[in-house]
Design a protein around this ligand. Structure first.
Ligand code: NAD
Length: 484
């Protein structure tokens, strides 16, 4: 792909080559930090998805399903290496697409993406399988075969990182893929086609179709030759994909929305919790699915926490993502920017007090910048406390007892993650066990071991990713029973 100073045009990548849509059409890719057009994106549709699935099916049947583990591991390792070699270029593209600070793309998004390929290269090279002996003189072996063609539908907030967390285990198990980047953030995913080819991935194993959710996304969700869908995005989109996939009973892995509680007891290390809350509230403009957007503080330290947290938040630098001292960049699109401001207005109508922020960031003529915003004075029934805003906006509410805060924490239909802050380890464990979340941190946040299960409870997801959990999803697990 040709990359220029502004960005790049994004074609589809089908059967090992970059191609235009069957029905010609493109849309503008806009840099949310400058509102400049940085490229044209193919506006794909059903015909492009059909071609991609055909290529993926042929690549699966013609060899990839029989590929050796050592071959797949070597290719995955090479993909990871090439991503690291091109780290600066990929980081710049990620920042131009998303508006996130360049230091974040460089230090988190891109290296963590590479890490997924390296991790699964090692994982499949050393993994064994289960065997269950029976006293009657029989042995049951568990075997795993690839599924076939897998569809992947991705969000805009961590484009290459989240895509890689799915793609690496999917390829590791010998599947082929048709994937769709978010329409707002196609550049790094599109470039991944070239990287995979250079790493030696056979043509047709990975296919990338650009376009809108309603066309490309729906065509993937409905396609009869796609066996499984790995989707990350909004809960409402997940429901629609589930309906579309029901026709041929597709296997589903869903990583959906969240409204994660950050529970702070009076015996916490206050300075540490203030610093971590800054990150867990506003990193990536508050658009990490694991961000803690509902902060609950025990009453004895409530005022002190609010005061310190507001003071530190006011020091956050909002603006040009290319500047190394920028803390908070631009929101992904004009639509999202307006939606976040609408939520802040709603908080005012619901009786909320805007402790800081609450408006467009000052000093920015162009770009979709919103100040980090802290809201107090809202109660548990307010929409801003229950609905995912996915922007730099958090609420803080006081609580008195453990029982009360557990009830608050579990009071939404989401259940993705939580963090609990206390020096009392018995309490920490007692509370964590009662929180309805796929992942609960104690005295930390965003610390992830790739071997552990990751996913959401309730309407935050279906299934778990990570280590063996991902490999189980991307494979048909069957039993061979031998009588001896
Ligand atoms: P989104 O649901 O709007 O879009 C995600 C993807 O789905 C995009 O590629 C989009 O084009 C596609 N899509 C849209 N409508 C579709 C349809 N009808 N059929 C098929 N595909 C369709 O989500 P988003 O705004 O890109 O991402 C933000 C959301 O993702 C937030 O809710 C966030 O919490 C969630 N998220 C969750 C996790 C997690 O691990 N649980 C991680 C990141 C983001």
């Amino acid at each position: 792909m040709e990359i220029n100073k502004k960005g790049m045009d994004c074609l589809h990548f089908i059967n090992g080559a970059y191609v235009s849509s069957q029905e010609p059409g493109t849309f503008d890719n806009i840099n949310p930090a400058s509102e400049e057009v940085i490229g044209q994106i193919e506006d794909g549709g059903k015909a492009d998805v059909d071609l991609a699935v055909k290529a993926a099916k042929a690549a699966f049947d013609n060899g990839w399903k029989h590929s050796k583990i050592s071959e797949r591991a070597a290719i995955l390792r090479k993909i990871g290496d090439l991503i690291l070699e091109r780290k600066d270029e990929l980081a710049m593209l990620e920042t131009m697409d998303t508006g996130k600070p360049l230091w974040l793309s460089t230090n988190v998004d891109i290296p963590r993406s590479a890490g997924s390929y390296h991790f699964y290269a090692n994982f499949i090279s050393t993994m064994g399988t289960e065997a269950y002996p029976m006293e009657v003189g029989a042995m049951n072996f568990v075997v795993r075969r690839p599924l076939g063609v897998v569809g992947m539908i991705n969000p805009w907030n961590l484009p290459l990182l989240l895509l890689s967390a799915k793609l690496a285990p999917c390829l590791a198990m010998g599947n082929t893929v048709v994937l769709k980047p978010a329409r707002w953030t196609p550049m790094t995913a599109t470039l991944l086609g070239e990287i995979c080819k250079e790493a030696g991935l056979p043509d047709g194993v990975i296919n990338i179709v650009n376009g809108a959710g309603r066309s490309v996304g729906e065509a993937i969700a409905e396609h009869p030759d796609i066996r499984a869908i790995a989707f990350t995005g909004e809960t409402s989109t997940g429901k629609s994909i589930m309906r579309a996939g029901a026709a041929n009973l597709k296997r589903l892995s869903f990583e959906l929305g969240g409204k994660n509680p950050n529970i702070i007891f009076a015996d916490c290390d206050l300075d540490e919790v203030v610093e971590t809350s800054l990150r867990s509230s506003f990193i990536n403009q508050g658009a990490v699915c694991l961000c803690g957007s509902r902060i609950y503080v025990q009453r004895p330290i409530y005022e002190q926490f609010v005061q310190k947290f507001v003071a530190r938040t006011r020091q956050q630098i909002v603006g040009d993502p290319l500047q190394p001292n920028t803390n908070v960049g631009a929101l992904i699109s004009k639509q999202h920017y307006e939606r976040v401001l609408e939520y802040i207005e709603l908080a005012r109508q619901e009786g909320g007090i805007i402790e800081t922020g609450g408006k467009r960031a000052e000093g920015q003529d162009r770009g979709y910048y919103v100040e980090p915003t802290i809201i107090t004075g809202v109660d548990r029934n307010c929409r801003v406390v229950n609905e995912e805003i996915f922007g730099p906006v958090v609420t803080i509410q006081p609580f008195d007892t453990e029982e009360e805060v557990i009830q608050y924490a579990n009071g939404t239909h989401y259940g993705l993650s939580a963090s609990v802050w206390t020096k009392d380890s018995s309490r920490a464990f007692r509370v964590a066990q009662q929180i309805e979340a796929g992942l609960t941190w104690i005295n930390t946040w965003f610390l992830r071991d790739p071997r552990t299960p990751y996913g959401g409870e309730k309407q935050s997801g279906i299934g778990r990713q990570g280590g063996m959990f991902s490999l189980d999803f991307y494979s048909e697990v069957s039993t061979i029973c031998i009588k001896y």
